[in-house]
Structure formats: C-alpha cells, structure tokens
Design a protein around this ligand. Sequence first.
Ligand SMILES: *[C@@H]1O[C@H](CO)[C@@H](O)[C@H](O)[C@H]1NC(C)=O
Ligand SMILES: *[C@@H]1O[C@H](CO)[C@@H](O)[C@H](O)[C@H]1NC(C)=O
Ligand SMILES: *[C@@H]1O[C@H](CO)[C@@H](O)[C@H](O)[C@H]1NC(C)=O
Ligand SMILES: *[C@@H]1O[C@H](CO)[C@@H](O)[C@H](O)[C@H]1NC(C)=O
Ligand SMILES: *[C@@H]1O[C@H](CO)[C@@H](O)[C@H](O)[C@H]1NC(C)=O
Ligand SMILES: *[C@@H]1O[C@H](CO)[C@@H](O)[C@H](O)[C@H]1NC(C)=O
Ligand SMILES: *[C@@H]1O[C@H](CO)[C@@H](O)[C@H](O)[C@H]1NC(C)=O
Length: 465
Amino acid sequence: MRADRVHSLCAILFSSLSFVHPALGIDLTIDDEQSVKDASSEAIWGAMTFYHGNESGQIPGALPEKWWEGSALLLAALNYWHFTGDDTYNEDVSVGLQWQGGDHGDYMPSNYSSYLGNDDQMFWGLSALTAAEYGFPDRKEGFSWLSLAQGTFNTMKARWDNESCGGGMRWQLFVYQGSGYTLKNAISNGGFFQLAARLAMYTQKSEYADWARKTWEWCLTTPMINNKTWTINDSTQGSNNCADTDHMQWSYNYGVFLAGAAYMYTFYTYPKKTNDSYWLEVVHGILGSIFKIFFPKGIMYDPDCEIAQNCNNNEVLFKGEVVTWMALTALMIPDLYDEIMPKLKNSAVGAAASCSGLGNNSCGVRWYQSKFDGHHSMEAEISSSCVLSVNMLPFVDRDKKKPLNIHKGGNSKSDPNAGNLKDNDDAAAAALSPITTGDKAGAAILTVAFIGGWLGLAAFMFIGA
Ligand SMILES: *[C@@H]1O[C@H](CO)[C@@H](O)[C@H](O)[C@H]1NC(C)=O
Ligand SMILES: *[C@@H]1O[C@H](CO)[C@@H](O)[C@H](O)[C@H]1NC(C)=O
Ligand SMILES: *[C@@H]1O[C@H](CO)[C@@H](O)[C@H](O)[C@H]1NC(C)=O
Ligand SMILES: *[C@@H]1O[C@H](CO)[C@@H](O)[C@H](O)[C@H]1NC(C)=O
Ligand SMILES: *[C@@H]1O[C@H](CO)[C@@H](O)[C@H](O)[C@H]1NC(C)=O
Ligand SMILES: *[C@@H]1O[C@H](CO)[C@@H](O)[C@H](O)[C@H]1NC(C)=O
Ligand SMILES: *[C@@H]1O[C@H](CO)[C@@H](O)[C@H](O)[C@H]1NC(C)=O
C-alpha cells in the first residue's frame, strides 16, 4: 500500500498534465467522507462512460441489446446523487428513465416489448419508484416516477398466472419463449413482491401490500423458497407443477426478497400501525443467509460464478443491486445498521482495490481479490459504483435519506390506473407474428429474446459459458 501511494502520487502529477487517471486503483480511505465521495464519483464516471443515450441520434436510456441494464445504470447514477448530493448525472437519469417508460408509462416500449420478461420490466419499475422515494423531481411533462412504477405494477399484476402451481409470475411473457414461459423464477416474483411492498409504503395503500403478501405466500408454497433454512433457489418449473427447484444461489434473489420484506415491515409498523414481528423475522432470516452465503469473509461475492470466473454481464450486476437493497434495509430498520454497515464497508474497500485495471482505474469483478482481475465491463463499473455510494451512509443524516412516502415528503404524482393493459395484448400479438415484420426483424427478435430475457436463463443456460 505504501509503495502504491508513491506511485499514485506520480500518477496524479502526471494526470494534471494529461487526462489519464491514476493507474493503481481508486484511492479510498473508508472512514474519510471526502475520500468516499471522490471514489464514488470516479466509479460512477467510469460507468457513465458507457452511456451514449444523451448524445444526438442516440436513444435515451437505451443500451444496445441490454435493455434492462439501462435501468441498472440509471439507478446507480440515482444512488450516487442520493448518497453524495452530486447532481452531475441527474438530467441524463431523468430523461432516460422517462423515455423508456414508453407511450403509456409502463416500461413496455413497443421497440422491446415483444421480447422482454417480467424481470426486465420490473427492474425499470423499481428504478422509477426509487426516483420517487428519493425525492427526485418529476419531469414537468410526461409520466411521474410514481405512475411509471404503478403502470409497471398494473401490467404485471394482470399477468398473475394461476394456470400452473396455483399462482405466481412467469419469467417470460410469451408462449414462443418455451420453457422460459412456463418457468416461475425468484427474481420475477421477488421483484413483483418488492415493487408491491414499496408501492404500499410510498402510497400507504394496503391493496399493494395485499399483493406483496399474496406473492410471498405463493412463493412459500413452492420449493423455491424454504422459510426454515431461508434458502432461496432460482426457479421452479410450471410445466412440472412446481414440484422441484434448481440449486442455484444468486445474491440478487435473496436481496430482492430482503428489501421487499423490510418495506413490508416498515409499512406495517409505520406510526400508528402495529409492530409486525412476522416481517421482521423474514428480514432476519434472509439477512442471515445473505451473510453466510455471499459474505463468508466479509467482502461480498457471488460464489456460483465468481469461483469459476464465468459470471455473465447480468450476474456481475447482482452485487450492485444487493448492496443497494441492503443499504435501504439498514435505513428503514435502523437496528440492522450496525450489522449491515461493516459488510458494506469491507466490500467497498475490496471493490475500490479491484478498480485498478487497464491504466485507467477500470473495475474488476472479484472484489475479494482486492486487485484488478482482468474482467472489465460496464457492469463491473456499476456494481463498484453502487457499493461506494452506499458507503456515504456513515456521513449523512440517515433519517433524511430514508425512502419518502406520501406522508413524509413524497410528492411524485399518483395514478393508480397507470399503464395500459392493452400493451400486454399488443406485445403478445407482436411476439406471435415476428415474421410479418420481415425475416430480418423476426430473426433479430429471436436472437435478442435470449439476450434480453436473461435472468433465470443466467442460472439455467449460461453456467459454464
Ligand atoms: C479504460 O480503458 C479501456 C481500454 O482502453 C476502455 O475500454 C475503457 O472504456 C476505459 N475506461 C474509462 C472509464 O475510460
Ligand atoms: C453524456 O454523458 C456523459 C457522461 O455523463 C458526458 O461525459 C457527456 O459529455 C454527455 N454528452 C452530452 C452530449 O451531453
Ligand atoms: C424506438 O425506436 C425508435 C427508432 O430507432 C427510436 O426513435 C425510439 O426512441 C425508440 N424508443 C424507445 C423507447 O427506445
Ligand atoms: C386466476 O386468476 C384470475 C386473475 O387474477 C382470477 O380472476 C381467477 O379467479 C383465478 N382462478 C383461480 C382458480 O384461482
Ligand atoms: C413458513 O411457511 C409455511 C408454509 O407456507 C407457513 O405455514 C409458515 O407460517 C411460514 N413461517 C414463516 C416464518 O414464514
Ligand atoms: C435449494 O438449493 C440448495 C442449495 O443448493 C439446496 O440445499 C436445497 O436442497 C434446494 N432446495 C430444494 C427444495 O431442492
Ligand atoms: C418489534 O417486535 C420485535 C420482536 O417482537 C422487537 O424485537 C422489535 O424491537 C420491535 N420493534 C419496535 C419498533 O417496537
């Protein structure tokens, strides 16, 4: 470390003559506010260099062939603003989040709707809802952040499926997607659960909480979630009436249910309501598994792909999503702060050290190695950015960083009927007849089906890829 410091001093001197960044890792002193802020700034900048949606001729919020990841990138920039106060990227976030809402404000834009999955759409809805919770101003024209989340919720709710396994959300939306259509997976159900729980908290309306509870209870009827061992497996197959499950352990499946349960707990215990020990038990159970499986040595990792070094782009993003959900959990349930924060700190130190690649502080995937591991990507930049941003928590007024709601500062405009259910039918029709738009377009759609509809597939098909 000492030798590194000398080198990075030289690099800084050099960088004042050119625009090359220090080459020996993002400099981070975890207990120093300014250092954490600077490190966060460097990481989000690294991620945003991959964004071109703000350039003329480009589409706001869109990343070629990675539709859902646009929501992860914009969410990282939103987190950066929320935790550091630096609004450099706010206009890009605002324009991109709005544009991808599509014509009806439900994140089913017709360019992508014939191959998106429930999880893809859900991630955009969660990003919009996060904007509302952070008090990110609605745009003067267009859809409010809250209504974009409500539109997502309404179109997803209409797809609740009781043709198999007595309920649940499918992974994919369309019959032509075969086993992806019959599959019911943790992230689609956990995402819908979290979206509903957060909408309940923000609007203080129990209809949303009822849907969250219904989704959770359905999950417990399948072998996908075990509430004795607090194991969350990736998916269960509807064509087999959800008789069994895979064994994949992905951090985001745990994280998505953790935060959802924390919102449910907060919803039921919020002033004037009763203390809800049920949801607190769920939070504790899942958090215990997260610590055990994904933080065995204090620094977060996703064992199912990091050990074999075959994480795909989606999987590289999981750590960023999960640390953000853990931070929100620590904000809403302050009793958990002392348990969660040390894990976030250790992980940030590892992540910053991994950001020492390619002579420009590019970030790697395996934080626990505390050096650049050669796997450079936008996704690695995003995850590092998220874990650095949440490390501002020790320096801020945490009460002020809690998610807002309609009784406490939340003023994003509500539209309980947002979204257009016809989008579901239109997308299904488009998916059924890709040929009518020409062989080329049809082929493109089918190719992208496997790139765009990615999540559970990550567990099923890309292992060992
Ligand atoms: C760092 O360098 C690599 C390789 O030249 C490049 O692909 C990447 O975009 C650069 N990253 C940043 C943040 O400039
Ligand atoms: C687009 O955003 C990037 C990253 O924030 C920034 O460097 C670039 O200047 C922006 N381009 C335009 C045209 O605004
Ligand atoms: C859909 O594609 C068209 C043509 O490329 C583009 O102009 C439009 O911005 C896209 N819409 C979205 C929501 O990506
Ligand atoms: C199936 O779901 C639909 C829509 O939520 C509902 O109207 C219907 O009653 C359900 N059927 C059964 C058998 O639960
Ligand atoms: C665990 O799941 C079973 C079956 O759904 C349920 O009866 C029980 O109340 C659940 N316990 C907890 C703590 O969730
Ligand atoms: C879920 O996966 C875990 C970890 O591989 C495994 O121990 C457990 O048996 C699986 N659950 C079921 C119901 O198969
Ligand atoms: C709620 O109840 C749980 C256990 O029943 C307890 O540990 C917790 O401190 C209580 N929280 C509040 C805010 O009263």
